[in-house]
Design a protein around this ligand. Structure first.
Ligand code: NIG
Ligand code: FE
Length: 405
């Protein structure tokens, strides 16, 4: 696509390079140009500048008067491939059952795995494709997608093949994460070691052999997988060149952040429950903290302490955690609102968490995540707006007028 956007009220999120992640004070720095133009050529940002210097070109032109233009969001943590909703669990929760109790009563991840087992690869793909369309409409311009509802070799590979097809057909960058250690299948109830063997010694080699995954993940949590399992998974990933992006500290803190940081994980995600050791491990590592505020809203659990993380000079990304159990929403506009109202971020800090930093959390920072010459022109054009703060301000609504992908 070739197009020139003119009279942009504010062009937001400009960078000269994407060499370093934003943390501390820099997390709140957003470079903006007032009254700007931007030229897209062959789907790439070719140039931009003030309207006073706008060249005359004979390509399609779009008047953005009164509107903001920003890079699309980057969703660095989702479980977009699933077979069915688990809306029934919401009623159980409203009757006082916790996430863990629902899982013990036959709901949860194992329920999603049974439904996924019964669904054909083709249908799984068609439903995922429809969700992708919705995700893009809501402003997401790059996405990470996990397996983890297979829990046996065939079904894990089925999920990852669906992601591979999405990758080849989608206009936005996609990364795939192998999450075999998401929950312990009933057949392994009394033999976790055997399941860990299956994940690390049988599933992983085949998956890596076929190039089906970019990252490896584990749900390290009381009642799910332990510190020792976390270590095994990260080591196994290392062997096959897959960096770790891990679920830690959703309900409890017992050393997983420290271990993941020391072992070089790319990101640690959730972090609703944090202690001082967790903060210091993060502060002295290169691991990215990822908050998932839609999950906190839906499960009514604490929000990731975003304010504290930024104040401690730890780079923060924010993602949706889109999944049928704990976050049935892929709406990053709402996540933006919650990041400000609940996690106490400024609009600028939240914006960087949802775009530039999230791009680092799935290693697409050279392709997307900011307005930079040479990056993909995956752009949000807002409705008429005063400034960036209008997005979190209209928190239950979408300020997106249109998207350019
Ligand atoms: O990130 N916590 C673990 N995994 C998902 C939820 C999966 C599910 O409930 O289906 C999460 O919240
Ligand atoms: Fe998740």
């Amino acid at each position: 696509m070739n197009i020139i956007l003119k009279n942009i009220k504010q062009l937001i999120g400009i960078t000269e390079n994407s060499d370093t992640i934003k943390k501390g004070k820099a997390q709140g720095e957003v470079k903006t140009l007032e009254n700007a133009y931007l030229i897209v050529r062959n789907n790439i940002i070719e140039s931009f500048g003030p309207m006073s210097e706008c060249p005359e070109l004979s390509i399609d032109s779009h008047d953005c008067a009164g509107r903001l233009v920003l890079p699309m969001y980057v969703d660095s943590h989702t479980h977009l491939i699933f077979a069915e909703s688990r809306s029934g669990e919401m009623k159980m929760r409203l009757h006082g059952k916790s996430y863990q109790e629902i899982a013990e009563a036959g709901g949860g991840i194992l329920n999603s795995a049974a439904k996924l087992h019964a669904m054909s690869e083709q249908q799984l793909y068609e439903e995922a494709q429809e969700r992708m369309g919705n995700v893009i409409k809501q402003g997401t311009g790059a996405i990470e997608i996990k397996s983890g509802y297979g829990l046996n070799i065939e079904d894990e590979m089925k999920m990852l093949r669906v992601i591979r097809v999405l990758k080849s057909l989608s206009p936005i960058p996609i990364k795939a994460t192998f999450l075999g250690a998401h929950a312990l299948p009933t057949a392994f109830k009394n033999n976790k070691d055997a399941y860990m063997y299956l994940v690390t010694k049988e599933m992983l080699p085949r998956i890596a052999g076929e190039g089906l995954a970019d990252y490896i993940d584990i749900f390290c949590e009381t009642g799910y997988f332990s510190l020792d399992d976390l270590k095994q998974v990260i080591e196994a990933g290392d062997k096959y060149g897959l960096k770790a992006k891990v679920h830690v500290n959703q309900f409890s803190s017992f050393g997983a952040v420290k271990m993941a940081c020391e072992m070089g994980a790319l990101s640690v995600d959730h972090l609703e429950i944090m202690n001082e050791d967790d903060y210091s491990a993060l502060a002295s590592s290169n691991t990215i903290a990822t908050g998932l505020p839609l999950c906190s809203l839906f499960l009514d659990i604490p929000y990731t302490p975003g304010r504290q993380l930024i104040d401690k000079n730890i780079p923060l990304a924010i993602a949706s955690d889109f999944n049928p159990g704990s976050s049935p929403s892929s709406n990053l506009n709402l996540a933006f609102g919650l990041a400000c109202s609940q996690m106490k971020l400024t609009p600028e800090e939240a914006f960087n968490a949802l775009t530039y930093n999230a791009a680092f959390a799935m290693e697409v920072q050279n392709e997307v995540g900011s307005i930079q010459v040479g990056k993909k022109a995956n752009l949000i054009v807002t409705k008429p707006a005063n400034g960036l703060e209008d997005i979190p301000y209209w928190f239950g609504d979408s300020m997106i007028g249109s998207v350019v992908v």
